[in-house]
Write a protein that binds this ligand. Structure first.
Ligand code: NAD
Length: 385
């Protein structure tokens, strides 16, 4: 019987948990044994007794839990605890499934390979319809986009919706969303629900209809270069295109009460879109929420994890917004993991069939080797530098 283990996240500020009691019950029904570290669900408001009622065995010692795992399910990459590397507690040939940030951290992936841990990175789930229910980047980005709009509304010194009162009519706030991927579209939808007037821009012109379907106006900027990879991700655009984008957006940013930026390019620093000069032209009281803060920021004034005040404008650079809504972000993440594990396990063992695009794309280390070409390239670049 395969033993699945769920540890308590050790990163400070990580309130999510990899499995919730409902999903534990589903795993038990499928014939897995599930071990949960005591207190693992505390941050997300799930108690040990709820996990026990779902069929899990509660384990107190983290070392014992990690050491017993055939498959360890985690949210954040294993880190340090009690002065020891958590990954060293895993037995060789066990499987780790977690967010691992492999393109930004290839040396860490190398260390996992050296420890002979077979690791699957949740960031690398292919963006295909077949893998949609395993797509943790999307499930978490959706929640981040929602929270970004709420933070913007709560930080703005004026109202989001139009209000017609006996004391006069208050016009709605103007929100601009830059980057209309999963997080951006949810930020638009949430800002619209709160009554703001929303416009949006993305380098991938293909998102125009999606932007319009959630109630925003799409800002059209004719771009000559190819802006999307064949997987549908944005490519890094050249300096002259980026300059052209900035020129058009300057006027829109100036008129906006709120700017929510979500622009990212996989494996690269986030594109710098909002310059200090552009922030300087915004009205006093305006708010920028930069969801790319952890990847270097889309705004020149952003400081990751901090609120910055610049000429009357508040620039908020939140990190890990899904962790601020740990109940639902854990629930959807657990569902992503359940679908993935069910897909991977055949006849009571993981089927490492690298011909399959989900296995081949997501598995980053196997039997002491780095599997993924992009991770290998990232490591080679690092070694050369
Ligand atoms: P992301 O988080 O990588 O980036 C956010 C957005 O920023 C993207 O829409 C991107 O085009 C945009 N962007 C990048 N550079 C920019 C710039 N210089 N200026 C303005 N915008 C810029 O994106 P994501 O939400 O992960 O989505 C990426 C792609 O994956 C999209 O095509 C999305 O439709 C697709 N997707 C597919 C599936 C699926 O089929 N299962 C699921 C989720 C997402």
């Amino acid at each position: 019987m395969i033993k699945i283990a769920v540890p308590k996240e050790s990163d400070l500020g990580e309130l999510r948990v990899a499995l919730v009691p409902d999903t534990v019950a589903r795993f038990i029904k499928l014939g897995f044994e599930v071990l949960v570290q005591s207190g693992a669900g505390q941050g997300a408001h799930f108690t040990d007794s709820e996990y026990e009622a779902a069929g899990a065995t509660i384990i107190n010692s983290p070392q014992e839990l990690w050491g017993a795992a055939d498959i360890l399910l985690k949210v954040a990459p294993p880190g340090e605890q009690q002065g020891e590397q958590e990954m060293n507690w895993l037995k060789p040939s066990s499987t780790l499934i977690s967010f691992l940030n492999p393109l930004a951290n290839p040396e860490y992936i190398q260390a996992l390979a050296q420890r002979k841990i077979n690791a699957f990175s949740m960031e690398m789930i292919p963006r295909t319809s077949r893998a949609q229910s395993m797509d943790a980047l999307s499930s978490q980005a959706n929640i981040a986009g929602y929270k970004a709009a709420l933070i913007a509304a709560a930080s703005l010194p004026r109202l989001f919706p139009m209000m017609t009162t006996a004391a006069g009519t208050i016009p709605p706030a103007k929100v601009l969303v830059i980057g209309a991927g999963v997080a951006g579209l949810q930020a638009i939808a949430t800002a619209r629900r709160l009554g703001a007037v929303v416009e949006a821009f993305d380098v991938r012109a293909a998102v125009k209809e999606e932007v319009q379907s959630v109630g925003a106006k799409f800002i059209e900027i004719p771009i000559e270069e190819d802006t999307a990879t064949n997987q549908g991700y944005a490519k890094e655009v050249g300096q002259s295109t980026q300059e052209k984008i900035r020129q058009v957006l300057t006027e829109h940013i100036k008129k906006s009460d709120v700017v929510i930026t979500t622009a990212q390019v996989q494996g690269k620093r986030a594109p710098l879109i909002v310059t200090e000069e552009m922030v300087g032209e915004m009205s006093s009281g305006a708010v920028i929420v930069d969801l790319a803060a952890g990847q270097g920021g889309n705004c020149a004034c952003t400081e990751a994890g901090k609120d910055v005040y610049y000429n009357g404008v508040t620039i908020i650079g939140p990190l890990n917004l899904p962790s601020t809504l740990p109940v639902d972000s854990s629930k959807v993440y657990a569902k992503n993991l359940l679908t993935l594990v069910k897909y991977l396990v055949k006849d009571d063992a993981i089927d490492f069939n690298f011909e399959d695009d989900i296995v081949g794309g997501t598995c980053v280390t196997y039997e002491g080797e780095i599997r993924n070409e992009r991770v290998k390239n990232a490591l080679a670049t690092l070694v050369q530098a």
